[in-house]
Design a protein around this ligand. Structure first.
Ligand SMILES: C[S@@+](CC[C@H](N)C(=O)[O-])C[C@H]1O[C@@H](n2cnc3c(N)ncnc32)[C@H](O)[C@@H]1O
Length: 251
């Protein structure tokens, strides 16, 4: 029997509680070196010319990616959406309002944007939490312009210890007292995040969350109508797969 059934009536209640706990701790991930690396991997997967674009960060959380985008990509229009109000509240407090729209929205429903609206859609570590990743990918294909880019990160291995081992080994190899001190300072929140991640990983076995093997994720992305340009498996200390794909141009 799934653990959530002991405490919650419905899967949804459990998920909302987990995101609300995340919201109180999630900012601490900024001191976590594998997470910093993951965000850099996503930034590298984005177009690097000077053309301004319209980007949707689907399930933007506390806006870690949007913050980096605001700092580096001038003139882009950014939309962040998330189902957790507490997450969005943190995002709102730290992001500049200029060129940004934050929306409270559930990705399990139709995304309230017209066809061909966005140049880029990012969805980082959130597809696994949705009811039907397949349907949401089709929605991403619908709201992207022809030629538009999808950048996805999704876990495939529930190995929190690998991520911690990677963080600690980077601190040791860099001999970084600053990173060690930051880790100690944020330890209670980092441990809370790890506990939530453990619960998520436990429920992935019951298919409440979708930890998809890279081959399965890529097949869903193709089925939704995308052409894959890049796929890597080493992300987030070898626990996540990153896919960059585009919606084909119309003939
Ligand atoms: C692990 S966090 C990732 C946040 C952010 N993308 C990042 O990489 O830092 C997962 C996010 O997915 C959001 N989420 C989960 N289910 C959702 C849904 N059905 N609709 C919209 N957002 C959802 C949660 O509220 C949470 O902010």
């Amino acid at each position: 029997m799934a653990i959530y059934a002991w405490f919650f009536q419905k899967e949804d209640e459990m998920k909302n509680t987990l995101w609300d706990i995340y919201a109180r701790c999630y900012e601490s991930l900024e001191v976590f070196l594998p997470y910093q690396q993951l965000m850099e991997d996503v930034m590298h997967a984005l177009p690097n010319d000077y053309e301004p674009r319209v980007l949707l960060d689907a399930a933007c959380g506390t806006g870690q990616l949007l913050k980096r985008l605001q700092g580096r990509l001038w003139g882009w229009k950014l939309v962040g959406l998330d189902r957790s109000l507490p997450m969005l509240k943190v995002a709102q407090q730290k992001l500049s309002e200029s060129g940004l729209v934050l929306k409270h929205m559930d990705l399990n429903e139709e995304i309230p944007y017209d066809n061909d609206t966005f140049d880029v859609v990012t969805c980082i570590n959130a597809l696994y939490a949705l009811e039907s990743p397949e349907e949401t990918l089709r929605e991403f294909a619908r709201i992207l312009k022809p030629g538009g880019l999808l950048i996805l990160v999704n876990p495939y291995l529930p190995r929190g210890t690998w991520i911690w081992a990677n963080h600690i080994s980077q601190i040791i190899s860099r001999r970084s007292w600053r990173d060690a001190a930051q880790t100690a300072l944020h330890m209670p929140k980092l441990l809370a995040i790890s506990t939530v991640n453990k619960i998520i990983a436990r429920h992935a076995k019951d298919k409440v969350f979708h930890f998809l093997p890279p081959i399965h994720l890529c097949s869903l992305v193709r089925k939704a109508g995308f052409e894959i340009e890049l796929e890597t498996h080493h992300n987030y200390a070898g626990t996540c797969c990153l896919v960059r794909a585009h919606k084909p141009l119309e003939e």
